[in-house]
Design a protein around this ligand. Structure first.
Ligand code: DHB
Ligand code: FE
Length: 280
């Protein structure tokens, strides 16, 4: 049976790519953020997962407003990084794991999650930045990818409760997979931020702390709010916390153990956070 080693959660601000390319990791602006990553690298280096199941949101690169799946699962052999050009080189494609993707898709549809299946899929900064942070200077990615995109962009958005349930269904699918792979679950985006409109620049450290405090032992607490209420509390792009909630769900219903947390304001417009949860 596949083994889920735990979850890696991080913000995915595209400007991080520019900082990596310029080598700004030790600059005063960036250091408090990059300092959150040695424990992530140490853990992944020690555990060496074979597959990443990554919950993220597409930012208009792969799905645009004319066609917006609520939940989309990649089932491709390869996912090209077609990021918007904040400086990171684009040559590193992600290798897929189509057999595992199709198993997850079949289990999800059997579980009444009517997901969109994507046999071709491009990925953007929401996926590439977390990998660059976890595996800096890697010539190629040392693990395969199953990407799961959640609509956090075009209304109506799925509820937090539904995203937690989706994650839990992915957990059941992984538990019934016969392969021996080690799997890391990744959730990207957030925490509070709003990029446009009257509240541009809005962050909410109190709500972020509540989310981080709830994630390991009581993710249901975050799911009490409607999506609109989450937008009110975390900003219109802070709703990317839905990706974190789904990823938490994929760790299963048992409490997880928080082994690392870093939180820093601001990175660009975002209250940036990084966490590790291990399965007990
Ligand atoms: C920023 C944050 C995001 O999550 C994103 O997708 C794009 C930009 C930012 O803070 O600049
Ligand atoms: Fe984003």
């Amino acid at each position: 049976m596949a083994r889920i080693i735990g979850g890696y959660f991080t913000s995915h601000v595209p400007a991080i790519g520019g900082a990596i390319v310029r080598g700004d990791q030790e600059e005063p602006y960036w250091k408090p953020f990059f300092d959150g990553f040695p424990p992530v690298r140490d853990w992944l280096g020690a555990e060496r997962p074979d597959v990443a199941v990554c919950f993220y949101n597409d930012h208009g690169l792969n799905f645009f407003l004319d066609k917006m799946p609520t939940f989309a699962v990649g089932a491709a052999h390869e996912y090209r990084n077609e990021d918007e050009g904040w400086g990171l080189p684009l040559f590193k494609s992600f290798s897929g794991h189509p057999d595992l993707s199709w198993h997850i898709i079949e289990q999800l549809v059997g579980d009444e999650f009517d997901v969109t299946t994507c046999q071709s899929m491009l990925v953007d900064h929401a996926l590439s930045i977390p990998f660059e942070l976890a595996y800096p200077k890697a010539k190629e990615w040392p693990l395969k990818l199953v990407p799961i995109a959640i609509n956090t962009v075009q209304y109506p958005l799925p509820s937090a409760k539904r995203c937690l349930a989706l994650g839990r269904a992915v957990h059941r699918a992984l538990a019934s997979w016969q392969g021996a792979e080690k799997i890391v679950v990744i959730g990207t985006g957030g925490l509070s931020h709003q990029l446009d409109g009257e509240r541009a620049g809005f962050v909410n450290p109190e709500y972020d702390r509540f989310c981080m405090d709830s994630l390991a032992a009581n993710p249901e607490a975050i799911c009490v709010d409607s999506t609109k209420e989450i937008v009110r509390k975390s900003g219109s792009q802070g709703v990317e916390i839905l990706n974190w909630i789904a990823a938490r769900g994929a760790l299963g219903e048992v409490p997880a153990r928080e082994t690392h947390r870093n939180y820093h304001i601001p990175i660009s417009n975002t209250a940036a956070a990084t966490m590790l949860l291990e399965t007990v």
